[in-house]
Design a protein around this ligand. Structure first.
Ligand code: PLP
Length: 380
């Protein structure tokens, strides 16, 4: 864990709001995944955090990438990833993504039957199956229930495989991803087992990709075991696609206290809010918060600068008495933090810094204000 002194140094050097990453935590998480899922291929779901420095680090450890946009595709290419290291996913891929993916020999995750007609002949693919079950997570994070927009229904899967083959496409196997931040072991077991039942109809397949979605406290070995059992039903190699698990705990959002206020509740006012960290507002995420100053504790909510009542980065937290300019570390923010940050309120996206081998290094500079309107066409 980064020490208070290291965090204070980063805030001094690079300013706030600031995302900081601890390289050793990324390496630790990679090692945990590679140990628990030994023999499986790991593809990092880049949406969690697409910073090029992190991508290079992951690729150097043998990890491929799941990409869902042309931009993510280009990021994978910039860190040197070739076609067999790239999975092209998404429910609404574009013509350019199909063209680039097949030119490079990437593997597509087919999300609906009609996509088969859009793929060039010979394209390699996995069919994404929707196992049709409720999982224990926020409704915005569940992707494997019957009403979700993702995947092909279990009962239609075999027909999709047959049609793909008839079209001259190369069906490598099946894919599923039931949602994010899931810690309930039974959810994975049930979903994987449902898909494994298809083996009786499909026969052997090369790949079963069991997706990601592992909550930070999830029992990795338990998930690996049920995933392996499902893969072996197809005689397939297991692939996985973690995002959050690899990078969330490595990241911290540093923010300064700029004021305080009391209404019916007590607030600390921060220089970061929903533009920098969407997760609390988007799906009620609760991040651990560390105060880098001391004082008598009182219960407060953490309010960002947006004129939105939901712009709260924490609620009911016991934090020291208000001190202007004091620093707060919003932890476990390495996944879906910087990557979901926005220019809402014409706020520049924050800088990002990596702590590695005892030193801080800027890995994304803070956006400049002028960059925020440079694409607009001024009126004459
Ligand atoms: C298809 C797919 N795979 C993997 C992931 C990664 O999920 P997580 O970051 O929860 O591991 C996602 C996240 O949305 C996804 O949609």
């Amino acid at each position: 864990m980064l020490t208070d002194a290291q965090l204070l140094e980063a805030a001094e050097r690079f300013g706030t709001p600031l995302y900081v990453y601890d390289a050793s935590v990324i390496d630790r998480q990679v090692a945990r995944v590679q140990e628990a899922f030994a023999g499986a291929r790991v593809f990092y779901a880049m949406k969690a955090n697409p910073n090029l420095t992190l991508l290079s680090r992951l690729r150097a450890q043998g990890i491929g990438f799941e990409v869902v946009s042309l931009g993510e595709f280009e990021r994978a290419r910039r860190v040197g990833a070739g076609g067999d290291e790239i999975l092209v996913n998404g429910p609404a891929k574009t013509e350019q993504e199909y063209a680039l993916g097949s030119e490079l020999g990437a593997t597509f995750i087919v999300d609906r039957a009609s996509e088969l007609d859009l793929l060039p002949s010979g394209a390699k693919l996995l069919v994404r199956v929707n196992p049709g079950l409720e999982v224990h997570t926020h409704s915005h994070l569940a992707t494997g229930e019957a009403a979700a927009k993702f995947g092909v229904r279990l009962e239609e899967t075999v027909a999709v495989i047959e049609r793909a083959r008839a079209l001259g496409l190369s069906v490598r196997g099946l894919h599923l991803h039931i949602g994010s931040a899931i810690t309930e072991p039974g959810d994975f077991g049930l979903a994987f087992a449902r898909v494994a039942e298809l083996a009786a109809q499909t026969g052997p397949l090369e790949v079963l990709d069991c997706g990601g979605g592992w909550g930070l406290d999830a029992d990795l070995h338990g998930i690996a075991q049920v995933a392996r059992e499902a893969a072996s039903a197809f005689g397939a190699q297991l692939w996985v696609e973690p995002g959050r698990f690899l990078v969330a705990q490595a990241g911290t959002l540093l923010t300064r206290v700029v004021g305080q206020k009391s209404t019916a509740r007590d607030f600390l006012l921060l220089d970061a809010g929903m533009s920098e960290l969407m997760r609390p507002m988007l799906y009620g995420a609760r991040h651990p918060v560390r105060a880098l100053w001391e004082g008598e504790a009182r219960s407060v909510d953490l309010a960002g600068p947006a004129c939105e009542s939901g712009d709260l980065l924490g609620r009911d937290l016991a934090l020291p008495e208000y001190r202007p300019g004091a620093l707060l570390a919003i932890e476990e923010a390495g996944a879906y933090g910087a990557s979901m940050s926005s220019n809402y309120l014409t706020r520049p996206r924050p800088a990002e810094a990596l702590f590695e081998a005892g030193e801080w290094r800027l890995v994304r500079r803070r956006q400049r204000l002028e960059e925020l309107w440079e694409h607009e066409l001024p009126e004459d």
